[in-house]
Design a protein around this ligand. Structure first.
Ligand code: ARG
Length: 294
């Protein structure tokens, strides 16, 4: 009998790559309007503590070898700290944002000017409601695009035209997870995968299934059969509002189950405390806009 060797199933060693981020200090951060279920203007907000927590997050990125650019915050725009909602940058092309809520609408122009002043020549402003990386998550080959609460599905088509990458629309159904980046994140982008991992998109993700419609859940199962499934407690701790550089994963320290699951896959979890920013319905990823220049 001749034994036919099965191709060895290679498990990929997580590899970090250097990143460049744009962040906005929460100098004018507070909660004085309600545009998601986490916001309660009657609860006191400690802006100084928010600044300290945010600075710690920024310093961790720098200690890991990443570059962090800063944009000047504006008085009267308390949510401007959530830079992820301000633009999506892929291959140096910038697709700006158009906010659903009037309270945040003016932020888009401040960020647009930052990109123009910082050497970006291709800056497209969307015509449809588009809350940028809040709802648009890059996997390395496919752009996952959330809708249901903020970003209009027509903005998904617009993103596909602007970037020339395939866009997969996903339906969000739980108002607590109103942006895609509160329900899903990418641990490893596609690239460097072994030839044996031909199926699926090749990216490694984590997500909270119940945040998605049944059809969207099936899409995620087909595309990412090996994904980490987060628990409701993880999601409520904003554990999925995480950021990975391919190896090190920054996420709220309260997301205990997810931290263990991430470590079990060979990634290095780094817990942070952004409790003040959570009062506005945001976490580490919301504060971080990735500048994918190359
Ligand atoms: N208060 C902000 C809003 O509701 C929080 C934004 C959080 N950002 C994010 N990328 N999920 O718009």
């Amino acid at each position: 009998m001749t034994a036919v060797a099965e191709p060895a199933r290679m498990t990929r060693e997580p590899v970090a790559t250097r990143r460049r981020y744009l962040m906005c200090p929460p100098r004018y951060f507070t909660v004085r309007y309600v545009i998601n279920p986490w916001m309660n203007p009657r609860l006191p907000v400690d802006t100084e503590l928010a600044m300290a927590q945010w600075s710690r997050l920024r310093d961790i990125y720098r200690e890991l070898g990443h570059t962090v650019e800063e944009i000047e915050p504006q008085p009267g725009l308390p949510d401007m700290v959530f830079a992820a909602n301000a633009a999506t940058v892929i291959g140096g092309t910038v697709l700006g944002s158009r906010f659903r809520n009037a309270e945040r609408a003016p932020e888009a122009e401040h960020y647009r000017r930052w990109f123009l002043a910082n050497g970006y020549s291709e800056v497209v402003m969307p015509t449809e409601i588009n809350e940028a990386e809040g709802d648009l998550v890059w996997t390395g080959r496919v752009l996952l695009a959330g809708t249901g609460f903020r970003t209009d599905p027509r903005a998904h088509d617009e993103a596909q035209e602007v970037f020339g990458v395939p866009v997969v629309s996903l339906q969000l159904v739980d108002p607590h997870f109103y942006h895609l980046d509160t329900a899903l994140f990418v641990l490893s982008e596609e690239g460097g995968r072994s030839p044996d991992e031909a199926a699926g998109s090749g990216a490694v993700i984590a997500y909270f299934p119940e945040a998605f419609s049944p059809g969207s859940r099936r899409v995620l199962e087909r595309m990412f059969p090996d994904a980490i499934r987060a628990t409701r407690a993880d999601a409520e701790a904003f554990g999925l509002n995480a950021l990975s550089d391919g190896r090190r994963v920054i996420l709220p320290e309260q997301a205990e189950h997810l931290i263990a699951a991430v470590a079990e896959r060979g990634y290095e979890p780094i817990g942070v405390d952004v409790s003040e920013l959570r009062k506005a319905g945001g976490g580490p990823k919301c504060c971080t806009l990735e500048l994918r220049d190359g």
